[in-house]
Design a protein. Structure first.
Length: 474
């Protein structure tokens, strides 16, 4: 693939608030690489890949597995045994038992049952809407790792006495919190260090043969001239340092995290940034072009599950709501619901509905400055088919001033910006079977060109439906 020629190693990152289809793009590019590496994140980040055999949702397993590539879970990943073992079993059911090698770094931080208690306490103390997390205990794991009290996979495969000493110390740190939780009735029983240790050792034994020092593995591969594709988790605007703090995730979510999280020396690295035509967000935190109420949007998919399955109910709903949108009689709720159903905007980790926003150019300009991509992959362009036009935020106004391209206010003031909109024409044609840029309707081509001119990064991949082959390469 010509777009990959200038660099041997590449990273695929998200340019919005996650759920941009990084898994699909990673799967698409994987055949051109020898290794596919998850370098950060945890079981809170789900990547969906549509393959002929079915749908694969990977939270910890890299998206290169379906392409037969050697996969690596790097040291920067927060490791959840239950999630990994279930995912691996599910993948075996879809792809068969003869899967390629998957290696897990020996020093990944491990989730214990205690981390779940701590997350409950965090949420109770600061209020459920503060972060409204995926309940995968990522923040507690990151906190304990920062305090240098975390349990590593290697601890579970080594000397048991040393492990029990570490668990005992960890329990002492947690004890005041757990006692308060017990007294307030939040929890009843708390697992002992012996129980936690026995449970984790049993889990670790199931992956013993997959555990190694992945830094050395990847370094050797790189020195031998092999190609490595790094798969990012979450997205730039969820990064702990550069996202919409404090409404962010804990791991690194930008291209800059690749070397720190894998231990490889800094070197040439190509960056592909994935953005979807309409951004979405779950949990708490600002999204300047958000169409509807966040809580209502998250509940919608569970209130109307029949609309998210193929059938007459969905077809009638989409037809009616599209007509209302084009007649300019649709409410904000109806516009958001239309896009949620059309794009199946439900979280692969939680199942909750994703709140949809209009096209947001300033947010992507910011993410592009952070990541420095060589190209963009634009996904879900087909969602604009049938519309007369779509609103596009081309700038932000903050405290009476129009911000320069790429500039954001302090992260905790992003909710104060006002989007400056243009109305861009759309098209009536169905583009899901288009495989060449020239096959797209002229209005679709014009929208893509205008989009990339504002971002100042070429759009080289365009996804027009979920399946693997439904991508236009420019």
């Amino acid at each position: 693939m010509n777009i990959l020629e200038n660099f041997r190693h590449w990273v695929i990152v998200g340019g919005q608030w996650g759920d941009e289809a990084k898994g699909k793009i990673t799967d698409l590019l994987a055949p051109f690489f020898d290794y596919v590496v998850r370098y950060a994140g945890g079981s809170n980040a789900g990547h969906t890949t549509h393959v002929p055999e079915g749908k694969i949702v990977g939270h910890l397993i890299p998206s290169g597995l379906a392409q037969g590539k050697t996969c690596v879970v790097g040291r920067g990943v927060f490791f959840d045994f239950d999630a990994f073992l279930k995912e691996f079993s599910d993948v075996e059911k879809i792809l068969g038992k003869n899967l390629p090698s998957i290696w897990i770094d020996e020093a990944c931080t491990v989730r214990t049952p205690w981390h779940s208690y701590l997350e409950t306490w965090f949420e109770k103390t600061r209020g459920s809407r503060w972060g409204n997390t995926t309940q995968k205990a990522i923040s507690p794991m990151a906190s304990i790792r920062a305090a240098r009290l975390d349990i590593k996979i290697a601890d579970l495969l080594g000397d048991k006495h040393s492990l029990m000493v570490k668990l005992g110390i960890l329990q002492e740190v947690f004890k005041p919190i757990f006692e308060t939780m017990r007294q307030s009735g939040v929890i009843v029983n708390i697992a002992s260090p012996d129980e936690v240790g026995s449970y984790l050792i049993g889990q670790a034994e199931q992956i013993r043969k997959k555990v190694r020092d992945t830094r050395r593995l990847l370094l050797a591969a790189s020195k031998q001239g092999q190609r490595i594709l790094f798969e990012g988790a979450q997205a730039a605007l969820l990064d702990a340092n550069w996202g919409t703090w404090p409404y962010t995730s804990s791991p690194s979510s930008t291209a800059g995290g690749v070397f720190a999280e894998t231990g490889l020396p800094p070197g040439p690295l190509g960056v592909g940034m994935v953005v979807k035509i309409l951004p979405t967000r779950v949990g708490a935190g600002p999204m300047p072009t958000e169409i509807w109420d966040r809580v209502e949007a998250e509940q919608f998919s569970k209130q109307r599950p029949e609309l998210f399955e193929q059938g007459p109910s969905r077809d009638n709903f989409l037809s009616q709501y599209l007509a209302n949108i084009n007649a300019q009689t649709a409410t904000e709720a109806e516009i958001s619901q239309y896009f949620q159903v059309l794009g199946d905007e439900r979280g692969s980790t939680t199942g909750r509905g994703r709140s949809v926003g209009y096209i947001d150019i300033p947010a992507i300009q910011y993410a592009a400055e952070i990541n420095g991509p060589q190209f963009l992959a634009l996904t879900k362009l087909d969602m604009l088919s049938g519309l007369n036009s779509i609103k596009v935020a081309v700038a932000y106004r903050y405290q009476g001033q129009i911000l320069e391209a790429g500039a954001l206010p302090p992260a905790n003031h992003l909710h104060e910006v006002r989007s400056i909109y243009e109305e861009w024409p759309c098209w009536q044609e169905d583009i899901r079977d288009c495989r060449n840029f020239v096959d797209l309707p002229p209005k679709a081509q014009n929208l893509v060109v205008k989009f990339e001119e504002l971002i100042k990064v070429p759009i080289r991949l365009i996804s027009v439906k979920p399946t693997r082959e439904a991508v236009i390469v420019r």
